[in-house]
Design a protein around this ligand. Structure first.
Ligand SMILES: Cc1ncc(COP(=O)(O)O)c(C=O)c1O
Length: 377
């Protein structure tokens, strides 16, 4: 309902451009509230998570010749974004937490590596303590993709606020949704100038040139309208309650689904704050048999989230051959196949449980019990 009221207000006042409404507009209020709620200095609303990732990489000065570490299990945008700024994505295995394996990060670092993109998949958080330690030691930037973990915490801090820049998607499937949309956050003022410049082709015309320390560069348009801002703002107000509800229901599911021979709750990098719920089976056949029951989905069958299905990445193609990031690959990665057997093995044994939070505790428990019977027979 509040979304409907907010949208009506925008339409009724016919102020669809955020720059015309100023600080009282929904987009500005969304950014201010997000900054406060997530404890960060700078937030920019953008028109998609994909574009947010591209802007964040550009802001971190990632470009041609650079290598960027991405997990082999993520929505394809995380791997395409480096290619969009001229850099090459390098696959990192996941471990049983379904997120980047820090040991494999260490194995994949080369002199060309400039950044790590940890992705908090399915509301599960990465091992950020280790990833931050590696990035510090090796002098790498972290662009954190928290598109699938909006409002989830890792050891007390919101996912997305731990790296140098954090990116969120607010597309239709996300915990905070404006249909399409996203945000980039950072505490680095100079990087934020670059995010803004990259996301608004005429930012220099809107503000005095002296407002920027960064020389103006040619860029793109990733701006959002006030209609999108209105949805973002109203959805943000509901986020904490939604995450709390998910956590509450997860407890009930975990209670019912533990101690089953041959299957375990997927290990979590911060069990106390856990929101996402997956199951890891000992073998792929059991996982396949279970998938299809209730809300379970076997992760290997989740399409474009698995690196083998990233067609433009695997074929290493660009819209114009001279703009192909692989032309600048110092190690000549053009012909190098992208493989990660370990990721495929883990995904073939893992199932995602969509925790249905509707109804009373006993109804939630009944659904969890039905799932248990689906496994134990
Ligand atoms: C992990 C991850 N990164 C990036 C994106 C891209 O977001 P968008 O669809 O808003 O471009 C998504 C969207 O599904 C995602 O799940």
């Amino acid at each position: 309902l509040s979304e409907w009221v907010a949208l009506t207000k925008v339409v009724a006042t016919n102020q669809l451009l955020r720059y015309e409404v100023g600080p009282t507009g929904y987009t500005n209020r969304f950014e201010a509230r997000f900054a406060q709620q997530f404890g960060v200095d700078h937030v920019l609303a953008v028109n998609s998570g994909t574009n947010g990732l591209i802007a964040a990489l550009a802001a971190a000065q990632i470009g041609p010749g650079d290598e960027v570490l991405v997990p082999a299990y993520t929505w394809m945008s995380t791997a395409v974004a480096p290619m969009s700024v001229g850099a090459v994505p390098v696959l990192v295995d996941i471990d049983e937490t379904l997120t980047m394996d820090p040991d494999d990060i260490l194995r994949k670092i080369t002199p060309q590596t400039k950044a790590i993109m940890p992705v908090h998949m399915l509301n599960l958080v990465c091992d950020m303590d280790r990833i931050v330690a590696i990035a510090r030691e090796k002098g790498l930037r972290i662009i954190e993709d928290a598109s699938q973990a909006i409002g989830v915490r890792y050891r007390g801090r919101p996912a997305g606020t731990i790296g140098d820049l954090g990116v969120f998607s607010f597309n239709h499937h996300k915990s905070l949704s404006s249909g399409e949309g996203g945000a980039v956050i950072t505490n680095d003022s100079l990087a934020f100038e670059r995010v803004r410049m990259f996301s608004d082709v005429a930012v220099f015309a809107r503000e005095a040139k002296t407002a920027f320390q960064t020389p103006v560069f040619a860029s793109f348009n990733f701006r959002v309208s006030e209609l999108t801002g209105a949805l973002m703002y109203t959805q943000l107000r509901k986020l904490e309650a939604w995450i709390a509800r998910l956590q509450w229901a997860r407890h009930i599911f975990v209670d019912e689904l533990q101690d089953i021979p041959g299957v375990r709750i997927t290990p979590h990098n911060d069990p106390e704050n856990a929101v996402g719920l997956c199951l890891t089976f000992d073998n792929a056949d059991d996982a396949q048999r279970f998938a299809g029951h209730g809300s379970a989905i076997r992760l290997i069958d989740s399409g474009v989230h698995v690196f083998t299905n990233w067609l433009p990445v695997n074929t290493k193609t660009a819209f114009h051959e001279k703009m192909n990031a692989y032309n600048w690959s110092v190690r000549g990665l053009q012909g190098e196949p992208m493989t990660s057997d370990r990721t495929l093995d883990i995904l073939s044994r893992s199932c995602r449980i969509i925790v249905d939070t509707r109804g009373s505790a006993s109804r939630v428990r009944k659904r969890a019990r039905d799932l248990r019977y689906a496994i134990t027979g």
